[in-house]
Design a protein around this ligand. Structure first.
Ligand SMILES: [Zn+2]
Ligand SMILES: [Zn+2]
Length: 233
């Protein structure tokens, strides 16, 4: 198998999953890799939003004004460039050739917490109807990548989506909040009470979905942390 795939790679070198032109170096070709913008310090110690200046980590104005339902939120990359294209291929076309780059993003984002003391990983759930349409939950696949990397168990059924909401993409921030309000439920509180839960999703836009999931988990007694692969900034 190793020899055969080695031969195949020599004859047909694997092409970059995003542009289908360059040769893969580390998950992407070097040209696409240059367009990935990684999130690094300094950023808000609570919500993880990057600061353009300064070197120290403190709370952003938003997090000082209003308490977040999560302890910390972190994202690996800005939602742009080849990172955005890789996530879209994965989410809308179930294109598994981007998994290696997703894995790199996820590991980077996980490293931004400065701790790996989590008891369980919970993916943001899809409503059963949306799940049937799409065929898979992208957040669950990301959670599985993280489970393999960290050894922390995924609990896919802890959180349920009980309200079928319109896609957040088309909505303004205020509507997004109303759209996801009371959309989730914790199935069995015993699974999360007094546990450190790492909530996982693909993209954070306004954060409405992440916050509503975190609020629901927190009400059930969990301490919540949130990781998304990318963030709209
Ligand atoms: Zn490329
Ligand atoms: Zn903040």
């Amino acid at each position: 198998m190793g020899l055969l795939s080695g031969l195949l790679d020599a004859v047909f070198p694997p092409l970059c999953p995003v542009c289908r032109e360059g040769l893969i170096d580390e998950g992407l070709c070097t040209d696409c890799a240059k367009t990935v913008r990684w999130i690094r310090k300094p950023f808000c110690s609570v919500c993880g939003i990057p600061f353009s200046t300064g070197t120290d980590t403190h709370r952003c104005a938003g997090c000082i004004k209003k308490r977040q339902p999560f302890e910390m939120a972190r994202s690996a990359i800005y939602y742009q460039g080849a990172g955005l294209r890789a996530i879209r291929r994965f989410k809308y076309r179930y294109d598994m050739t981007v998994v290696e780059s997703l894995r790199r993003f996820v590991i980077h984002g996980f490293g931004l917490f400065g701790t790996d003391c989590f008891d369980l990983i919970v993916p943001v759930p899809l409503h059963p109807r949306r799940l049937r349409e799409r065929g898979f939950n992208q957040a669950l696949l990301i959670a599985r990548i993280l489970e393999r990397h960290s050894g922390i168990r995924v609990e896919p059924r802890v959180l349920r989506r009980i309200k079928h909401t319109s896609p957040q993409v088309a909505l303004e921030e205020k509507e997004r909040l109303a759209n996801v309000k009371d959309a989730f439920r914790v199935e069995d509180e015993r699974l999360v009470r007094n546990r450190r839960v790492l909530l996982v999703d693909d993209v954070m836009t306004t954060g409405a979905t992440i916050r509503e999931c975190a609020r629901t988990l927190k009400m059930a007694g969990a301490t919540v942390y949130a990781l998304t692969v990318a963030r709209v900034i």
